[in-house]
Design a protein around this ligand. Structure first.
Ligand SMILES: NC(=O)c1ccc[n+]([C@@H]2O[C@H](COP(=O)([O-])OP(=O)(O)OC[C@H]3O[C@@H](n4cnc5c(N)ncnc54)[C@H](OP(=O)(O)O)[C@@H]3O)[C@@H](O)[C@H]2O)c1
Length: 303
C-alpha cells in the first residue's frame, strides 16, 4: 500500500512519518522537498494546487494523508487568498483525485471552525461559524472534501503542540528563559493535544481499514481529554518543566483576558470538541491533556 504524506515537516506530519511506516510504503512530501533533520522528500506545494496533479498521477497513492496546512491564524487575516488556496483549494483537488481514482483521503481540520459560543463541547454535526480567515479556509476545505464524494476522513483537532515545530509549549519554554513575568489569556478554553497522539490515532484508523474494516468516512473530533485555558496550559508546562529539570526557574504567569491581548484574528472562547464519536465508533479515547504535557516535556528533556 502506498501512502502519500503531505506536510511531512509539520508537527503532525513529522509524527506521522515516524508512525505510518509500519502500514506500507510512505512517500513523504514537503513544500521544498526537504525533511526535518535531513533527507529528501517529494515536492508538493499546496499553494499551487494545479501542480499537485502531476505528483498524484506519478505516485498513484492508495491513501493520501494531508498534514499540510496554512496554520498561521493571525497572518491569515492579511493573506486570505493564500490560506484559501492551501486549506481549501488544494484539499478540494486532492479529494477530486481520490474520488476519481478510488483512493482514500485522511485530512485534518480544526476547532476554529466553531465560533466558541457554547456551554457544552462541540459535536461533529454542530453548526460551524468560523470567526477568522483561517477557520473559514479550513471549513471550506471540509466542505469541498465532503462534496467530492471521495472516501475521506476529516479529523478535527485542537491546540496542537509537539517537542518540535512552532507551538505554544515551545514558545512558553523560550520565554521562560527571557522573562520573569508572563501575561497569558485565561478566557479561551480548549484541549491541548500532542501531535504524537494525533498521529498514533491516524495510524490506528488506517490500520483498522487495512485489516478489513470499512473506511470510516466523515468528520470525527480528535483531541486530548479535559480542558484548560492558555493560562492553565502555561502553568502546567512550567510546573512539569521544573519537575523534569528542563527549567531551573519559571516565570510568574498572570491571567489576562482576550481583550487585554488583541490579535488580528478573533479566536473562539470555548472550543472544546466532543470526542464521544471517536470512542463510540472506534473505541478510542485519548488521555487527559496534562499527560500530554508531561510526555512531551519528557521527550524534550531526552528522558
Ligand atoms: N497547530 C494547531 O494548533 C492546530 C489546531 C487545530 C488543527 N490543526 C490542523 O492540524 C493539521 C496539522 O497541523 P500542524 O499543527 O502539524 O501544523 P504545522 O506544524 O504548521 O505544519 C503544517 C505544515 O504544512 C506545511 N505547509 C504550509 N504551507 C504549505 C504549502 N504551500 N505547501 C506544502 N506544505 C505547506 C508547513 O510547511 P512550512 O513549515 O514550510 O510552512 C508545515 O510543515 C492542519 O490541518 C491544521 O490545520 C492544527
Amino acid at each position: 500500500m502506498k501512502i502519500l504524506l503531505l506536510g511531512a515537516a509539520g508537527q503532525v506530519g513529522f509524527e506521522l512519518h515516524r508512525g505510518l511506516g509500519a502500514l506500507g510504503q510512505v512517500i513523504p512530501a514537503t513544500r521544498d522537498g526537504r525533511l526535518p533533520g535531513g533527507g529528501s522528500a517529494g515536492i508538493a506545494d499546496l499553494a499551487a494546487p494545479a501542480t499537485l496533479e502531476t505528483l498524484l498521477d506519478d505516485i498513484r497513492p492508495d491513501v493520501i494523508v494531508n498534514a499540510a496546512a496554512y496554520t498561521a491564524v493571525d497572518r491569515a487575516e492579511s493573506e486570505p487568498e493564500l490560506a484559501q488556496a492551501i486549506n481549501a483549494d488544494a484539499p478540494a483537488l486532492l479529494a477530486r483525485w481520490c474520488a476519481a481514482q478510488g483512493s482514500k483521503l485522511l485530512h485534518y481540520s480544526t476547532d476554529y471552525v466553531f465560533d466558541g459560543r457554547s456551554d457544552r463541547r462541540w459535536r461533529e454535526d454542530d453548526a460551524t461559524a468560523p470567526l477568522g480567515v483561517y477557520g473559514h479556509s479550513k471549513r471550506a476545505g471540509e466542505v469541498a472534501i465532503q462534496a467530492s464524494g471521495c472516501d475521506h476522513l476529516i479529523l478535527r483537532t485542537a491546540w496542537v503542540y509537539a517537542a518540535r515545530g512552532h507551538n505554544f509549549m515551545r514558545t512558553m519554554l523560550r520565554l521562560a528563559g527571557e522573562r520573569e513575568h508572563l501575561r497569558v489569556v485565561s478566557d479561551q478554553i480548549g484541549s491541548p493535544t500532542p501531535a504524537r497522539w494525533i498521529a498514533a490515532v491516524s495510524s490506528a484508523l488506517i490500520a483498522r481499514w487495512q485489516a478489513g474494516a470499512a473506511w470510516p468516512s466523515g468528520i470525527v473530533h480528535l483531541t486530548a481529554s479535559g480542558q484548560t485555558s492558555w493560562h492553565g496550559f502555561a502553568e502546567a508546562i512550567f510546573a512539569a518543566a521544573l519537575e523534569t529539570g528542563l527549567l531551573e526557574r519559571a516565570p510568574t504567569v498572570e491571567a489576562i483576558s482576550t481583550s487585554d491581548y488583541p490579535t488580528p484574528a478573533q479566536r473562539p472562547a470555548y472550543s472544546c470538541l466532543d470526542t464521544s464519536a471517536l470512542r463510540e465508533r472506534f473505541g478510542i479515547s485519548l488521555p487527559d491533556w496534562r499527560k500530554g504535557v508531561t510526555q512531551t516535556l519528557a521527550e524534550l528533556a531526552g528522558c
